[in-house]
Design a binder for this molecule. Structure first.
Ligand code: GUN
Length: 288
């Protein structure tokens, strides 16, 4: 049987419609959620991501500002800008696009973002809350994956979920969120022996490795749900995921296409976090 290719565009469209309604209701009460996106340097992929984030904000009525800083920006200059954004009442979410140039310490920058405005959920306090299951900000890519699984009515409790990749942005928080959904979770990575032996046991397989088309049919159990977080270029320069979609199509039960599913869903979760941060700020007064 051929796998169902998940219609990410349709999922994203309906969630963004819900967010737009929520933003309109907030406008009646005199609040507009605001997001600041900070980009240091001119990495072409990052520039595209930042543009897409600003465009998505506009689409749902969230105020956004993009701060484009030259590659030579010093750490102190960046920290000064973040300090101003932390105090700015128009701004409820701050996203510093990663990676940063080598001369800037990412950890120091992330630590300087107000915990209440950390819509990426990269700040150690928010990561800690995620680990112990306290409600709060959730990281965009992994929470987008959970949203896809929920909306596709994929059962998770008691299922074996295998995550390939152990990055702080995707792999680790992904495993934690799947655990919260009561899945049995395995994390695989570059040192894992017999990768296919393990991934073949997965009811839900999440690939977040960053290597074009490395997941083939021998890695996938018959009928498994395959979520592709990869964003790579193939040998012809075409965008592709970590999964070789054509190769696994007759084996998987459901699969997310790249591009057009996890990527736009990640941005949608960023919008959701910004709205939630604005609501929190409204409820408890402004945070700095
Ligand atoms: N670079 C790649 N993914 C992300 C992300 O989710 N957030 C930020 N800030 N930078 C990224």
């Amino acid at each position: 049987m051929t796998a169902q290719i998940i219609n990410g565009k349709e999922l994203v469209r309906s969630i963004r419609e819900e967010i737009k309604q929520e933003v309109q209701e907030m406008a009646h009460e005199g609040t507009q959620p605001g997001l600041a996106v900070v980009l240091v340097g001119e990495d072409p992929a990052s520039s595209v991501y930042v543009r897409n984030k600003a465009k998505a904000c506009e689409e749902v009525g969230i105020y956004s500002e993009v701060h484009k800083l030259p590659a030579e920006t010093t750490e102190l200059e960046l920290l000064t800008l973040i300090g101003q954004l932390n105090k700015d009442e128009k701004i409820h979410g701050i996203l510093v696009q990663l990676p940063l140039p080598k001369h800037i310490d990412e950890d120091i920058v992330i630590d300087s973002i107000s915990v209440h405005k950390d819509v990426d959920c990269f700040h150690p306090v928010n990561v800690g809350n995620l680990v112990i299951g306290k409600p709060g900000m959730l990281p965009c890519t992994p929470s987008g994956v959970i949203e896809i699984l929920h909306r596709m009515e994929v059962p998770l409790a008691g299922k074996h979920a295998v995550v390939i990749g152990r990055s702080n942005i995707v792999g680790k928080p992904m495993a934690l969120l799947l655990l919260q959904e009561h899945a049995t979770v395995t994390i695989c990575h570059s040192r894992t022996k017999d990768l296919a032996e393990i991934t073949k046991q997965a009811d839900v397989l999440v690939a977040a490795v960053g290597r074009a088309k490395m997941i083939k049919r021998e890695h996938v159990k018959e009928g498994a749900v395959v979520i592709d977080v990869g964003m790579n270029r193939d040998e012809h320069g075409k965008l592709c995921g970590d999964v070789d979609l054509d190769d696994v199509l007759e084996t998987a039960g459901m699969i997310t296409p790249v591009p057009g599913c996890v990527g736009p869903m990640t941005i949608t979760m960023l919008l959701k976090n910004t709205v939630a941060a604005a609501k929190q700020a409204g409820a408890y007064g402004s945070h700095s």
